[in-house]
Design a protein around this ligand. Structure first.
Ligand code: SAM
Length: 296
């Protein structure tokens, strides 16, 4: 039987007993509202045979909700004091605590292999944590994360939206993502000065299996580094020149006058594919280069 969920009094008492002073640097805002915990666990769409990966269990609020819902929970916590205290708060036998930085974990660190990421993420590293774990852990079939509302909007935005950008396209490469609700500041201690949002995602097949993710992401990074420019201009540095960018874009069936913020992840992948087709030995072919660049 799982331990009871933590309310405001229990969170204060636990923090005082452990001598925990929450830090901004580690994004430490702890949940103290059992209803929000139940809401997160329900929205995650967990199956009893799932293995949950929780990044940043903190004082254990969400961990307590997860251990009763899945077969196993891996909790990765960077703060040694919190990691050490967690097994006393959550006494369930199906919990493994990993005192580690979530940005540095590897698939081999987890047995059984995680299938779902469920976390109230440290807000300053939320996007890199989600993208790194999706890359590192192919067994993850999806997840539900709580992030700053503004970041939730970015992660789930589609082409044409003002907040569509690098995080939106990169997450779309791995997964179908959708907003799963807003969470008010009052359910945290200390109270943050921003709203929070839930993002649910489920892994999808990569847009084109034979194009390397890093090649697609290089196009995405270049396109959004100068998001107000046309793709012809924005991709000039990446392709070698505006003319070469235009050639690749036309070959990919995309107007060189278009802007990156209008493209789907499939279209970014088509650009990477067109560049690969015109490449020799990893570079654009000699016939595509400017005269001064042609090998002697
Ligand atoms: N899950 C808890 C809750 O809902 O009450 C705490 C969430 S708090 C927003 C974020 C937690 O992530 C903190 O416990 C913090 O110490 C931890 N953390 C911050 N950076 C981390 C990292 N790189 N890897 C693992 N944990 C991290």
């Amino acid at each position: 039987m799982a331990d009871a969920l933590l309310g405001p009094a229990e969170i204060r008492e636990l923090a005082a007993r452990l001598g925990v002073a929450p830090t901004k640097k580690l994004g430490q805002n702890f949940l103290h509202d059992p209803n929000t915990i139940r809401r997160i666990v329900a929205a995650a769409g967990l199956r009893p045979d799932d293995v949950a990966l929780e990044v940043g269990p903190g004082l254990g609020s969400l961990t307590l909700g997860l251990v009763g819902a899945v077969a196993h929970v891996h909790a990765v916590e960077i703060d040694p004091k919190l990691a050490e205290a967690l097994p006393s708060t959550v006494t369930a036998p199906n919990l493994t605590v990993h005192p580690a930085d979530a940005m540095r974990v590897r698939a081999a660190d987890f047995d059984p292999a995680p299938t779902m990421l469920v976390a109230n993420l440290p807000y300053n590293v939320a996007v890199p944590v989600v993208l790194t774990l999706l890359a590192e852990l192919p067994t993850l079939r999806g997840g539900l994360v709580m992030v700053q509302k503004e970041v939730a909007d970015r992660l789930t935005a589609g082409p044409g939206s003002k907040v569509y950008g690098v995080p939106s396209v990169k997450l779309a490469w791995y997964a179908d993502a959708k907003p799963a609700g807003k969470v008010p500041p009052a359910v945290f201690w200390p109270v943050p000065n921003v709203d929070s949002g839930l993002v649910s995602f489920s892994r999808r097949r990569p847009p084109a299996g034979d194009i390397d993710r890093s090649d697609v992401f290089a196009v995405v990074d270049a396109a959004f580094a100068q998001r107000r420019k046309t793709l012809r201009a924005a991709l000039a540095g990446w392709a070698g020149s505006p003319d070469r960018a235009e050639k690749v874009l036309v070959a990919a069936g995309i107007s060189p006058q278009e802007r990156g913020e209008m493209l789907t992840v499939e279209q970014f992948t088509a650009i990477a594919a067109a560049a690969k087709l015109s490449a020799v030995g990893g570079k654009l072919s000699a016939s595509d280069r400017q005269p001064e660049e042609v090998d002697s």
